[in-house]
Design a protein around this ligand. Sequence first.
Ligand code: SF4
Length: 488
Amino acid sequence: MMKNSLSKSNYLDGLNCKKSLWLSLHKTELCKGDDFKDYRFEIGNKVGLLAREYFGKGFQPKSPYYEVENAFKETFEYINDGGKLIYEGVGFNKAEGIFALADILIKDNDSWELIEVKSSTGVKDYHVEDLSFQNHVFKSLGLNVTKLSVLHLNKNYQRGDQIDVNKLFLKSDVTKKVLHKGNIISLQISELIESLSVKNEPIVDIGSHCKECQFKEYCWKGLPKYNIFNVFSAKKAEEVHRNNNSIDIKELDIKDYPKGNKLVDVNSYLSGDIFVNKREIKKFLDTLIFPYYFLDFETFGPAIPIFKNSKPYENIPFQFSLHIQENENSEIKHVEYISKDKKDFRLEFAETLLKSIKKTGSVIVYNQSFEKNVISSLSDIFPAIKHDLLKINERMIDLLRPFRSRHLYSPKQNGSASIKAVLPTFTNESYDDLEIQGGMEVSINFEKYFLGELKKENETIFFNNALKYCELDTLAMYKLLKVLQTYV
Ligand code: SF4
C-alpha cells in the first residue's frame, strides 16, 4: 500500500470497514493470511491473459503496476500518442492520492471504455464499486470514459475441442450502475484517505461485515464462538446485536429467540443438553437397505474448462472413496479411486464407480445435492451409461438430513451440521490429524497437479493425503450411522 494513497482494493476494503483499511496500513502483522488467496490470484491472471485474445494485441506498460509513477507515465504517453487498446494501464492522481489499475482500456472514436476482467460467472456489487473507483481516477486525469463494463466468464459456455474466447466470455455493461453512484464516490474517497492518516485505530463495531475479514481473529478475540451470528441471518443478527448490545446467546432477550432448528440449537446451547428425536431417527434408519455404500467424491472445477463438453467451474470428479457394509454383521470394506493420468478421466471414473456399486442397496452420502449433481453431469456426457448412473442417484440417502433437521444435535456442534462438526462431537474421530483439512485444498492441488503446476516432489505426498482425506469422509459416515443407531 502506498502511504497516504488509496488503491481500488484499499477503497473496496475501506467501504466494507474503515478499521480493516486502517489495520492493513498500520498493523499489518495482525492480518491473518487467506489460504487460497494465491490460487485465486493465479486464476485471475489466467483469465486476464485469455481475455486479451478476446480483444487482440494491445499495449501494456513495461513498468510493473506497483511502480505506480512509471507505469502511469507510460500509460498516458501511449494515450497521448493516440493509442487505442491498453492492458493494465495505470491511472495516478497524485494530488488526490488515488491510483488504479485498469484491466482493459479501449478507445472508440474519442471516448474510452473501461473494462474490468473477472473470473466470476456474473457481475457482483463489488465489481460496480471497483469500476466506480477506476472511473473516478481516470476521469480525474482527463480521460473521456463513457462506458464501463465487466468481462466475466459465461457459465453456460460448453467447451469444444478448443476454447472459443468469444463464447467463453460475456461482457456486461454496468455504466448506468456506476453513474448512479454520482458524486458520492469523491466523498467516500476523501473520508477513507482521511481515516488512514488518523493516529488511533478507528472504533468500528463487529458485525456481519466481518465475515471474510482477515483481522477477524484480532477483533473477535475473547468473544463466544457460538453467538448470534451463528443463529440469525446477517441483517437480523445486526438488529439483535443492536437490541441486546451483545453477541452472546446468554444475553439474548427471550423475544428475540429464533424458531425451528435454530431454537433447538439455542436451547441446547443454554442447557448443555443433547437433543434427540428418536422417532425421526428411526424413520430415517428404516429407509436404509443393505448393502450400504458410503460414498464421497472429490472434484475440481477449473475456471477455464479443461475437458470437452465441460463448463466454467463445473465440478469434475477425479476421486471417490467407498466404504461398503454388506449386512448388519459384516465388517466394512474400502474401495477407492483417484485419477493420476493427465487425460480426460471422466469415463474411467464413471465406469469404476459403476463396477464398485452393485445393483441394490442404499448409497449413503453426506449432502446429496453435490454427489447427485456430479452423477447427473456425468450421465449427460455418457449416454451409454446414463441409465445406470442415474439409478445410483435414485438409491441415494442423505446422512446430512438427520443432523441438519436436528433429529440429533449437540451444543458442541456450534450450530453446524457439517460432517467436520458432527464427527468429533459424537465419535472419537476427527479431521484434526489430517494433513489436508478441506475439500478445497484437495481440489486446488489436484488442479495444479493436472496442469503440471504442482512440484514433482509434492505429488506423491498430495495423492497420499488426498486418499486419506476422502477415506475419512466415508468412514465418518459409517461411524455416524452407528451413532444414530444407538439412539433408537
Ligand atoms: S473484523 Fe470486522 S470490525 Fe474488525 S476490521 Fe474486520 S471488518 Fe472491521
